[in-house]
Unconditional design. Sequence first.
Length: 373
Amino acid sequence: MITERIRGFELHDIRKLFEMADEDTINLGQGQPDFQPPMDVIDEMYRAMKEGNNRYGSHYGLTELRDEIAVQHPIDIDPDNVLITVGATQALRIALEGTVDIGDEVLYPDPGFVLFRPHIELARGTPVPYRVEQKDGFVPAVEELERLRTEKTKALILNSPSNPTGGVIPRKKIRAISRWAKENDILIISDEVYDRFVYDDEHVSSLRYCDDVVVVNSFSKSFSMTGWRLGYMITREDWIHDLANIHSYNIACPPEPVQHAALFALKNGEDFVDEMVSTFAERRKVMVDGLKDITGFHCITPKGAFYAFPSYEFDISSKQLALEILKEGVLVTPGAAFGDNGEDHLRLSYANSLENIETGLRTIEELTRRFPL
Ligand SMILES: Cc1ncc(COP(=O)(O)O)c(C=O)c1O
């Protein structure tokens, strides 16, 4: 009874590897911060529940939360531009569902986040991967986008800072890509869930330069509440209403107590975010310096998110290499899980303790020393 389209969907490689790991495995595969949300934010969710915020709410989301997102946003936006969602995952899903018609082509990064391609397919669009290269800091090139553009190109997915590469698109490039999109009537779907995790650069949104943009963002990473499932989108007011409609058929409304907690986090959680990001900055250095010291690996310094995406010279597929490393007790993610162009890379997350990062790297070094170059 299941449709052909859905039967073709496979559990992605990251989840498969996770399932093979045991509790002693050093997990450098994590796509989430290894922090708990701030305790006062947890208390606030409890307070919201005790005070009766346990019913259906507006499908647009809590008014005060939409207000606060608009107030804090670096670009001048209105609460009517904001829609609260169940994580960035659902924001991405309805952004594509709401804008892509059957056969429309959607450009997405390769290597890129594992949900992009299936979400385009679920919306019945045609996924068109664009390459991002290590030599360019994993920043997309306008020439590559132009090479792939056809009259069917409807949308472009940007992800800065990027999962899996840690690449951050600089301001000048965001401006050039936005101009290109505008000239060609292409919608930008901008996944900015790592916007707080930028180290020696700035985060710039294409929303600054373009109107036809859907920004997808989340509380998951910023406040380390991935399991609470809360995100949001920012887009044109005249689109929000239609997107909110499909959204409401999807989820009825975002969860009320979590929205109260997220509002509290936005108003009071700045120190928590700063501390977490500076912890990641320290770990990033250890991770990158360590990888640079391993013969056969080449790593550029990622400017954002919490991943390093080194290439390697060994004659082995990334999946096989990740399996060999897992046998030694360390979980890393094969680059090929993020697209064909991710082959010959690994993704290592530094959302783990310095001690685990150091042990993990030592293990990889000892293993790969035996591999011929
Ligand atoms: C680039 C990117 N976008 C979106 C998401 C999904 O985030 P959420 O937990 O808000 O659904 C992730 C999670 O790993 C991600 O890495």
